[in-house]
Design a protein around this ligand. Structure first.
Ligand code: GLN
Length: 510
């Protein structure tokens, strides 16, 4: 019997094969690079440097031969282009999907990138993963469809006329098409969970503070969080263990000891049996997550996944998150407010693009920002500046902050009667490219199920839950208590041991 093609292997399988020397990192890197090139029309990758990737792979092979590699050494990875990557090391620009940063050469690696790769400067060696390149995303991570990228859309491998979701659309498309076994993403209001759901892969947004934001190009700093995207919960657990942990360079990084999420994922629950691994787990279903307007196909896929969890021993309980709908105005005040402040640094002086023609300094600022930013980014800067301005601050921003606290309190109350909250990730399956016709409100409203956990800083996960309309994937969302990623990964892993939705591959990406 011949071995399955390398790209069918996930992070965990590649890790085993590399350490047992059944394959080499160089061979793996070459195989995935060829796939990336063959699937260029997907628009998933913004930058590759094959030569340097192969050089990294050779170094990984040497490390493995010496026997001092870790579980991820030699496994290929690719990064959402919202993480900066050291240009001198990788040859890869860092653009945030924006014309403003086209060709931008970062002098350093984001902490997440360094930890998965060579390690932080002056620190111990990193995980030694091999960087395949940078992945497409919405401009400054603002969007839900990857249609706001200045470098063109990414496409959904399940149907290339549809969006892959966003803003980590390139990450989701690349993993689903098996161009790379695992990728990084970021989630401010759903950008890991929603594209993972749209592309039928697994993704986890950890608790705010678990992964460092150092070198993550800022959108909304109180919400931005990095996380892994891969095909299975096990793969996500391996990646998250390597990329997370306290970082003195990020003042909001959680000061907690490093965690082995792979061990937590496997750790048996008290009272569990082989047939009922989730015995005793109480899963709360907020009634607001199952509104009448939820698409029937999504509702029935999510219900089927919940029935599987029940069969594995979990108990379903009714809970309520009464301010679910309010998360939309709250998020779309707070996130633009923070964005308007964060993006003021792009002034033609410190970073990136500068208008060639200008009369004076003010004119230079104006032209630079008019040319460098796309429509959605400008819209958010205007909203953000407005809600922070004198006279409106109290009416909008302050009210939104108060509601944010109440939303977090609602979750706290729910977690008194359950251990995990479950529901859909998005109200529908992936829509067609261009279908929203530039109406931003439609996309904002579709964020309703992911925003609450973001505002509360809670960990959230998207797990494949079968298929809905047009044969497109549906995601089950799991939300946990602060720092309880272990329970989410454990439940998702148990589900994936019993079902094969996460193993299905898109027909269009063979
Ligand atoms: N769709 C949301 C937005 O457009 C979330 C984006 C994100 O999580 N980065 O802001």
């Amino acid at each position: 019997m011949s071995a399955p093609p390398l790209h069918d292997w996930g992070v965990a399988e590649l890790s085993r094969a590399l350490r047992e020397r059944r394959i080499g990192a160089f061979e793996a890197a070459g195989h995935f690079l060829a796939r990336v090139a063959a699937h260029a029309p997907l628009g998933a990758f913004l930058a590759v440097d094959a030569e340097r990737t192969l050089a990294e792979a050779r170094a990984a092979d040497e490390r493995l031969a010496r026997g001092d590699g870790g579980p991820l050494t030699g496994v290929p990875v690719a990064h959402k282009d919202i993480f900066v990557t050291d240009f001198a090391r990788t040859g890869l620009a860092s653009t945030a999907g924006s014309r403003m940063l086209a060709g931008y050469r970062s002098p350093f690696d984001a902490t997440v990138v360094a930890r998965l790769g060579p390690g932080e400067p002056g620190g111990p060696p990193g995980a030694g993963m091999v960087t395949l390149g940078k992945l497409n995303c919405d401009e400054f991570a603002m969007g839900s469809a990857n249609e706001n990228s200045a470098f063109g859309p990414a496409r959904n491998p399940w149907d290339t006329s549809r969006v892959p979701g966003g803003s980590s659309g390139g990450s989701a498309a690349a993993v689903a098409a098996r161009l790379v076994p695992g990728a990084t993403g970021t989630d401010t209001g759903g950008s890991i969970r929603q594209p993972a759901a749209f592309c039928g892969i697994t993704g986890i947004k950890p608790t705010y503070g678990v992964c460092s934001r150092y070198g993550l190009i800022a959108f909304a700093s109180s919400l931005d969080q990095a996380g892994p995207m891969a095909r299975s919960a096990e793969d996500c657990a391996l990646l998250l263990s390597a990329m997370s942990g306290f970082d003195a360079r990020d003042s909001t990084s959680a000061e907690r000891p490093p965690q082995d999420f792979h061990a937590l994922m496997q750790h048996p629950r008290e009272g569990a049996t082989a047939a009922r691994p989730l015995q005793g787990l109480r899963i709360g279903l907020p009634r607001e997550f199952f509104p009448a307007a939820l698409s029937a196909d999504v509702a029935s896929a999510v219900r089927a996944a919940l029935a599987e969890l029940e069969a594995l021993g979990a108990t379903l309980v009714d809970v309520s998150l009464p301010r679910t709908e309010l998360s939309i105005p709250v998020y779309y005040i707070i996130a633009p407010a923070e964005a308007s402040s964060n993006l003021s640094r792009f002034d033609g002086v410190k970073f990136g693009h500068r208008a060639a023609q200008h009369a004076d300094l003010l004119d230079m600022y104006k032209r630079t920002r008019a040319e460098g930013f796309g429509a959605e980014v400008k819209r958010r800067i205007m909203i953000g500046t407005y809600v922070l301005s004198h006279g409106y601050y109290d009416a909008y921003y302050l009210q939104a902050q108060k509601l944010r606290r109440m939303i977090a309190d609602d979750f706290r109350q729910c977690f008194e009667s359950c251990d995990v909250i479950a529901g859909p990730v998005a109200p529908t399956v992936a829509w067609s490219i261009g279908e929203q016709g530039g109406d931003p409100l439609q996309a904002y409203l579709a964020d309703v199920f992911t925003l609450p956990a973001s505002l509360a800083g809670l960990p959230g996960m998207s797990v494949p839950a079968g298929f809905g309309a047009h044969g497109m994937p549906v995601g089950l969302q799991l939300v946990g208590r602060h720092f309880d990623e272990g329970t989410l990964l454990h439940a998702a892993h148990a589900l994936q041991q019993a079902t094969d939705w996460h193993r299905r591959v898109p027909g269009g990406a063979t």
